[in-house]
Design a protein around this ligand. Structure first.
Ligand code: NDP
Length: 483
């Protein structure tokens, strides 16, 4: 039995442990709906989780790849079998529409299955030496204890794409999910437990970043930190990790551009912007929050997009037909509305949206905002909003569009809508971003290929796909005298 006294406990050293305190997990579509009461770990419990992971490492790091495959594959199968249930939980705690929630849950299942296979494929190299009578092996080994700190916008996929490769390559894990969405991470802990993962190999400590997160980041027993979240928190974790000699991987914000050229197919460009900028309430680090549009198509594009936005069904995430749910929290809603006001004061024209909405249930609803007449230097074009708010920059040429697209401290995802092979190919080559999308939304990625960005968006090796090995393993070069 894993729920204790009506509370979802932490998972430490194979045991379910009630926290020092507990916090309600509240549905942003309906604040009267409490998903559950979730434990909040204190410093001592977090340290116990780190100790457990540290002690479990020698055995797990030398476990057979068959054992790792079996456990990860079982968890992947269980998530896929229960994707509707987990998708519903996800939509209830985070607020994305049910279809998106189920899609994300399925993706988490496939991620576990992908990394089950990767456990079997850990590669090395055997090389000759420049010296006579010497053989060289280059092998990959696990790092130790990985501390994971995750955000609220992908409550099941992001924990999955950190946990699965860490375990596949023989590491132990201490996970702190975002305080407002612990439910999906808790279900993953339960599945890992049920799949027979040895005690201590995976630990879940829920609670505040300033308590649980700080303890993980400062611990000398934690070898590496994988973080996804805001730039400010990421940079401070990076500095502390460097000070304590940790390997660190940071996935942070974006201010992703979508370029729309005169020769784009208008319906395609409008759908690409609608999806990439506004789906998941714009709460995706890959969301296209800057729409850079050449003047020949500008007015038609703005008019058609505004029309679609005004017709968008914004309601409770679990209601049939809902196309956009609420913001994930009151704080995020306020941040979104505040940025619309900032844009207005800077001279932007709010074509539609940017207003709080009332629905049958009390939640954090707002109408998606489209803001035109903006200039690249405005705050609305430089700072991440993380909501359904997109600004439009009017440009004259492709060359100007590319320059504006790259004029940002971020570099996660970058997109273009065009029917020109010449411009698409040039953009692919010159967009300063980790991911480039051509006639596709800037958000929405596959699970078997690398994910990550450049400049201020990311630090350290890429996540996901085979590239995940770069972060979750360390390389050893062995020289051996030939017999
Ligand atoms: P944060 O970066 O503050 O939080 C991300 C994670 O870090 C959470 O688990 C958080 O815990 C934890 N954390 C916070 N402070 C510390 C700390 N001092 N040490 C260790 N861990 C810490 O993002 P928020 O969730 O608060 O969102 C704020 C803004 O960040 C959003 O409005 C958005 O702009 C941006 N964001 C960007 C994301 C992206 O993918 N690019 C994802 C999420 C947010 P806790 O939950 O307790 O705060």
């Amino acid at each position: 039995m894993s729920i204790i006294d009506n509370q979802y406990p932490n998972y430490i050293n194979g045991d379910w442990v009630l926290g020092a305190k507990a916090q309600p997990n509240v549905n942003p579509s309906d604040v009267a709906d409490v998903v559950g009461l979730y434990s909040q770990a204190d410093v001592a419990q977090t340290e116990a989780a780190i100790d457990a992971a540290y002690d479990a490492f020698p055995a797990w790091s030398t476990s057979t790849i068959q054992r790792r495959f079996d456990i990860l594959d079982a968890v992947g199968s269980a998530i896929l079998a229960r994707k509707d249930e987990f998708g519903r939980l996800l939509s209830r705690e985070e607020g994305k529409p049910l279809a998106e929630g189920i899609g994300e849950a399925a993706r988490a299942g496939y991620i576990f299955k992908f990394f089950a296979g990767e456990a079997l494929r850990i590669e090395g190299q055997h090389l000759g030496s420049v010296r006579p009578g010497v053989d060289i092996d280059v092998t990959r080994e696990p790092l130790g204890v990985i501390g994971m700190i995750t955000p609220w916008n992908f409550p099941i996929a992001i924990p999955a794409w950190k946990i699965a490769p860490a375990l596949a390559f023989g590491n132990c894990v201490v996970l702190k999910p975002a305080d407002i969405v612990p439910g999906c991470a808790w279900e993953i802990a339960k599945l890992l437990h049920e799949a027979g993962l040895p005690k201590g190999v995976f630990n879940l400590v829920m609670g505040r970043g300033s308590v649980v997160g700080e303890t993980i980041v400062n611990s000398p027993k934690v070898t590496a930190i994988s973080f996804t979240g805001s730039v400010a928190t990421g940079r401070s974790i990076g500095a502390k990790s460097f000070a304590t000699g940790k390997k660190v991987q940071l996935e942070m914000g974006g201010k992703n551009p979508l370029v729309v050229l005169d020769d784009a197919a208008l319906p395609v460009a409008v759908d690409v912007a609608l999806n990439g900028s506004f789906f998941s309430t714009g709460q995706r680090c890959t969301a296209s929050s800057r729409l850079i549009v050449t003047e020949g198509i500008h007015d038609k594009f703005v008019e058609a997009l505004a029309e679609k936005l005004q017709a968008l069904k914004i309601d409770h995430a679990l209601k049939a037909g809902t196309e956009m749910g609420p913001a994930a929290s009151e704080a995020q809603l306020e941040q979104d509305l505040n940025y619309v006001e900032i844009a207005r004061q800077e001279g932007g024209k709010v074509v539609c949206g940017g207003e709080r909405l009332n629905r049958d249930t009390e939640g954090f609803y707002l109408s998606p905002a489209l803001i035109t007449e903006t200039a690249p230097a405005m705050r609305i074009n430089r700072e991440e909003v993380f909501g359904p708010v997109a600004s439009v920059v009017r440009v004259k040429t492709y060359e100007e569009a590319l320059a504006v697209a790259n004029d940002t401290e971020f570099g996660l995802s970058s997109g273009i809508c065009t029917s020109s092979l010449k411009y698409a190919t040039h953009f692919k080559r010159h967009a300063q971003a980790g991911m480039v999308m051509i006639n596709l939304p800037t958000a929405g990625v596959d699970y078997h290929v690398p994910f990550g960005g450049r400049k201020g968006s990311s630090y350290g090796p890429r996540e996901q796909g085979r590239y995940a090995a770069e972060f979750y393993t360390t390389v050893k070069t062995t020289y051996q005298a030939a017999p």
